[in-house]
Design a protein around this ligand. Structure first.
Ligand code: FDA
Length: 539
C-alpha cells in the first residue's frame, strides 16, 4: 500500500488508535480508514467520530441504539466501523470513502428498525450513526420546526412543548423512535386521524445524495421529495434534517382506557368497534391492544382488549360522544383523564406522568427481542374470527405478545393513495400490528416465538387485505421477501414492494433509478433501480 507522504499524519493517528485497541484489519478496511482519516484531518475529531471493533467504546456505541435484542447476539454480524459524524462534511466523507472502498453503508437514526437493518448486514459494512445529529429548532410563530434525523420523537415533542402547549406534531407513540427512519416510512400516532402521517406534514428536507450533493426540496425535485416521505429509509440518500409543519392542539385533551377481558365480552365489544371506530370524528383517536393477562381466577390467564384513546377536547364531550356512538364500551368518567398534549405523549408511551424530562431518556423502557408483522383490515372480522385471534393469545408463546389495532378513517380517508409512497388510506377500517417479544436470554428459543407470529399471520389471512396483502413498511417484515445483495429484479422486489407501497412501488423504482442507478444505498428491502450494473453484466 502506498500513501502520499503529506497525508500520513492523521492516518498514523488512526494506526496508533487501532494498535492500542488490538484491532486487526484487512486491506480494504485500512484503505477505508486511511481515506476517512485524511478527510477528517485531526486526531481529536477522528477519536470522536470513528469507532472500530475493539475500541473500548465500540460496543456501547453499537448497542446504544439497538432496540431489538434479537440482533445483538455474538452471532449477529457487526460493522467493521461505526462512524458518528459531528457535521455534514463528516457524513459526506463517510459516504465518499464507503463508496470508494466498497463498504455497504447502513444509516442509523433511532435504531428501531424491527429487522435491525440499520445496524446489521451480511456483507462488510459500516454504520453511519446520526446520534450527534439531534438538533431541533422550533418556530412557533410560523408553526414549523427543523428536526435533524438523529433526534428521537421524544426529543422533538419535548422541544415543541417547551415553547407552546397548543402546537404538536402528528408522529409515533414510542418516544425513543428516531425521526430519520420514522419519517422515511410514514409514521403515525395519536394525531393521525386528525392530521395524517408524520410524512404528510413534512414540507422540506436536507439530504445528501449518492454523489455527495447536499440537496433541499427545491434542488432534489418533487419526485425525490415525494419518495423520501414514506418510501423507506436507506434508499434514496442520507436525510440529515426535515422541516415539519406543526399542528394545532387544544390546551386540554382527554385520554381514556377501558379494559375488557374475555369474561367481560371483549370479543363482542371489539367486533362492534370495527363498525364504529373509523367513522368517529377525526378529533378522536382510538386504539385496541390485545394481550394476555391474569384472569380473576387465581393461576388462570385470559385475553384482554384494551381500548385506549384520546379526544382533542374535554371529558364531557368525550363521554357524550362515546355514549352516543359506542355505548357498548361503557366509558365512564373514571376511565378518563384531562391533560396537556405533551402529558398524553407520556400516557401513550407507557411512561410515568410525573415529568416530561423522561422523554429525553432513551433508556426509559426495557429493550426486548421482537418480531413484528402488520396487516390492513377493510371488512369487519366476524365474531368467530375474533374468537380465534383471541385464543391464539392464550398460547404459551404469547406471554409478551400484542396486537396493536388503531382505527383508521378521518384525515387518512381524505388523502389520495398516491399523494405519498404510503398508500394505505381510504377504505381501511384499521391496521393491525402483531408484535411478539421475548427476553434476550430467551434468544436461543427465538424460533418458537417467530413461528407463533407466522402462525398468527397465517390465521389472519381470510380477514385482511388481499392482492396485495398490504403491510406497513415501518413495521418491516423480512418474511415478505428480500433483495439479493447484488442485483434484484423489479419482479423480485415487487413481491414485498407492492405490499408496502401498492402501485406507488412503480414510481419509487423510477425515482430510485434516477437518483441512485448503481444501487449504492441498499438493504434487504430497499427499492431497487430498474437496470443495475449487475444486470448489464448479465448476472
Ligand atoms: P432506524 O435508525 O433503525 O432506521 C430505520 C430505517 O431507516 C433503516 O433502514 C435505516 O437505515 C433508515 N434510516 C434511518 N435514518 C435514516 C436517514 N437519516 N436517512 C435515510 N435513511 C435512514 N411506527 C409508527 O408509525 N408509530 C409508532 O407509534 C411506532 N412505534 C414503535 C415502537 C417501537 C418500540 C418500535 C421498535 C417501532 C415503532 N414504530 C412505530 C416503527 C418505527 O416507526 C420504525 O421502526 C422506524 O423506521 C424507526 O426509525 P428509527 O430512526 O428509530 O430506526
Amino acid at each position: 500500500m502506498k500513501f502520499p507522504q503529506f497525508s500520513m499524519l492523521p492516518f498514523l493517528m488512526v494506526v496508533v488508535m487501532l494498535s492500542l485497541s488490538g484491532t486487526t484489519l484487512s486491506h480494504p478496511h485500512w484503505d477505508f480508514l486511511h481515506c476517512l482519516s485524511l478527510r477528517l484531518a485531526d486526531y481529536s475529531t477522528i477519536s470522536k467520530v470513528i469507532y472500530v471493533q475493539n475500541n473500548p467504546s465500540y460496543s456501547s456505541v453499537l448497542n446504544a441504539s439497538i432496540h431489538n435484542t434479537r440482533f445483538s447476539t455474538p452471532a449477529t454480524p457487526k460493522p467493521f466501523a461505526i462512524i458518528t459524524p459531528l457535521k455534514t462534511s463528516h457524513v459526506r466523507s463517510t459516504l465518499y470513502c464507503s463508496k470508494k472502498h466498497g463498504f455497504q453503508l447502513r444509516i442509523r437514526s433511532g435504531g428501531h428498525d424491527v429487522e435491525g437493518l440499520s445496524y446489521v448486514s451480511e456483507v462488510p459494512f459500516v454504520i453511519l450513526d446520526l446520534l450527534n445529529f439531534r438538533a431541533i429548532k422550533v418556530d412557533t410563530k410560523n408553526e414549523v420546526a427543523w428536526v435533524q434525523s438523529g433526534a428521537t420523537l421524544g426529543e422533538l415533542y419535548y422541544a415543541i412543548a417547551a415553547k407552546t402547549n397548543t402546537l404538536a406534531f402528528p408522529a409515533g407513540m414510542c418516544h425513543t423512535v428516531g425521526a430519520g427512519g420514522h419519517f422515511s416510512g410514514g409514521g403515525y400516532g395519536t394525531l393521525f386521524r386528525k392530521y395524517g402521517l408524520a410524512a404528510d406534514n413534512i414540507i422540506d428536507a436536507r439530504m445528501i445524495d449518492v454523489n455527495g450533493r447536499i440537496l433541499d426540496r427545491k434542488s432534489m425535485g418533487e419526485d425525490v421529495f415525494w419518495a423520501i416521505r414514506g418510501g423507506g429509509g436507506n434508499t434514496f440518500g442520507i436525510v440529515l434534517a426535515w422541516k415539519i409543519k406543526l399542528v394545532p392542539v387544544p390546551a386540554v385533551v382527554t385520554v381514556f382506557t377501558v379494559n375488557k377481558n374475555l369474561e367481560q365480552n371483549a370479543t363482542k365489544i371489539f367486533h362492534r368497534w370495527q363498525y364504529i371506530a373509523h367513522k368517529l370524528p377525526d378529533d378522536l383517536f382510538m386504539n385496541v391492544w390485545i394481550t394476555k393477562v391474569n384472569s380473576s381466577q387465581v393461576g388462570m390467564k385470559t385475553v384482554q382488549a384494551t381500548f385506549r384513546g384520546m379526544l382533542l377536547g374535554g371529558v364531557d364531550e368525550l363521554i357524550a360522544l362515546i355514549q352516543d356512538k359506542f355505548p357498548e364500551l361503557g366509558l365512564a368518567e373514571e376511565n378518563c383523564n384531562e391533560m396537556s398534549w405533551i402529558e398524553s405523549v407520556l400516557y401513550f408511551g407507557g411512561l410515568p406522568l410525573q415529568s416530561v424530562d423522561i422523554l429525553l431518556d432513551k433508556n426509559a423502557l426495557p429493550t426486548l427481542s421482537l418480531k413484528a408483522k402488520s396487516d390492513y383490515v377493510k371488512e369487519p372480522i366476524p365474531e368467530s374470527g375474533i374468537e380465534g385471534l383471541m385464543s391464539m393469545f392464550l398460547e404459551e408463546e404469547a406471554d409478551n405478545a400484542v396486537a396493536m389495532i388503531p382505527a383508521f378513517g378521518g384525515k387518512m380517508d381524505d388523502i389520495p393513495e398516491n399523494e405519498l409512497p404510503y398508500p394505505h388510506r381510504a377504505g381501511n377500517l384499521f391496521e393491525a400490528t402483531y408484535i411478539v417479544q421475548w427476553t434476550k436470554e430467551e434468544n436461543a428459543e427465538s424460533g418458537k416465538y417467530i413461528s407463533w407470529s407466522r402462525r398468527l399471520y397465517s390465521y389472519m389471512t381470510p380477514y385482511v387485505s388481499k392482492s396485495p396483502r398490504e403491510a406497513y413498511v415501518n413495521y418491516r417484515d423480512l418474511d415478505l421477501g428480500i433483495n439479493n445483495n447484488d442485483y434484484t429484479s423489479y419482479e423480485q422486489a415487487s413481491i414485498w414492494g407492492f405490499k408496502y407501497f401498492k402501485n406507488n412501488f412503480k414510481r419509487l423504482v423510477q425515482v430510485k433509478t434516477k437518483v441512485d442507478p448503481m444501487n449504492f444505498f441498499r438493504n434487504e428491502q430497499s427499492i431497487p433501480p430498474l437496470l443495475s450494473p449487475w444486470k448489464k453484466k448479465g448476472n
